[in-house]
Design a protein around this ligand. Structure first.
Ligand SMILES: [Zn+2]
Length: 281
């Protein structure tokens, strides 16, 4: 007897597209506008202690914009997207006292939740630095998943949600090649796949290379009907719901213990196990 079913994304889709952008500089306004135009979803990792900063930075001796968005605009600007934590003040968390680390995480969550009235359970590691101790503190602070800066050039969901390695950065030389592989080739085993791109909106703003994101979205748009356009949070919530469901040893019965409808691909096509319900196959 072979496998009776495999997990697929909502509506029976096998591909998902998600974005993750850090630091909340004012260029997020333009990026959100672009995302909204294409109706794709992003996760924005914000430092609540840095809101309303008016500043310049220097890049190769040239003055560049370094201002951040204001706290008052967080709820409306990111309304169609996910707001996630990036700590209060953007320190590297390794080699930091655990209580200070916890303060940086829990206070950022609290500040962002007060502004958005949403659950903030996502995270991106400032400077991409983490270790086991950091992961333990994140767990204690209610963080469910955390993005690293390690490109996989692949489309797998993470084995450990606190080490969610993205597919690639938007500056990756292979960005368009990977997009083509994702859109034009099917996984031979019918597995679900996530195309996960990350970066900072200030990179587009300072280098004036918005075309990189525009080209990617324009190329992928015709494939959108078959792609789940989702935030990091939506994808992880769905995946965790699948992990928490109960399955009999023979695979004949599934109990969905979550509030999210789960979709599977079986011998007779796509089927759904509704939230908080059981299905006999
Ligand atoms: Zn950052």
């Amino acid at each position: 007897m072979g496998t009776k079913w495999n997990l697929v994304f909502p509506g029976g889709k096998r591909n998902a597209l998600t974005f993750s952008y850090d630091d909340g500089l004012i260029f997020d306004r333009q990026l959100v506008q672009l995302f909204n135009q294409y109706q794709v979803k992003g996760t924005f990792n914000l430092n609540s202690g840095e809101f309303g900063r008016v500043a310049v930075d220097y890049q190769n001796g040239v003055e560049v914009e370094d201002s951040t968005i204001k706290s008052e605009e967080v709820a409306t600007l990111y309304e169609e997207h996910e707001v996630a934590s990036h700590t209060v003040s953007h320190p590297s968390l390794t080699n930091m006292d655990t209580s200070t680390m916890a303060y940086e995480v829990i206070n950022d969550r609290k500040n962002l939740e007060d502004l958005t009235h949403q659950f903030v359970t996502g995270f991106a590691y400032p400077y991409g630095t983490y270790n086991n101790e950091v992961e333990q503190v994140l767990k204690m602070c209610g963080i469910e998943y955390a993005r690293t800066v390690q490109s996989t050039h692949g489309f797998d969901l993470p084995a450990n949600p606190l080490e969610w390695n993205p597919t690639c950065h938007h500056n990756d030389e292979q960005l368009m090649e990977l997009a083509k592989e994702f859109c034009e080739k099917k996984d031979p085993y019918g597995r679900i796949r996530v195309f996960y791109v990350w970066g900072h909106s200030f990179e587009f703003g300072r280098n004036n290379d918005w075309y990189k994101m525009e080209n990617l979205l324009a190329y992928m748009k015709p494939y959108f009907p078959d792609i789940w356009l989702a935030t990091n949070h939506e994808i992880m919530d769905y995946y965790l719901a699948f992990k928490q469901a109960k399955y009999t040893a023979d695979g004949n019965k599934i109990r969905n213990t979550s509030g999210i409808d789960l979709y599977f691909s079986g011998e007779e096509g796509i089927f759904c196990v509704k939230a908080f319900s059981e299905k006999e196959l």
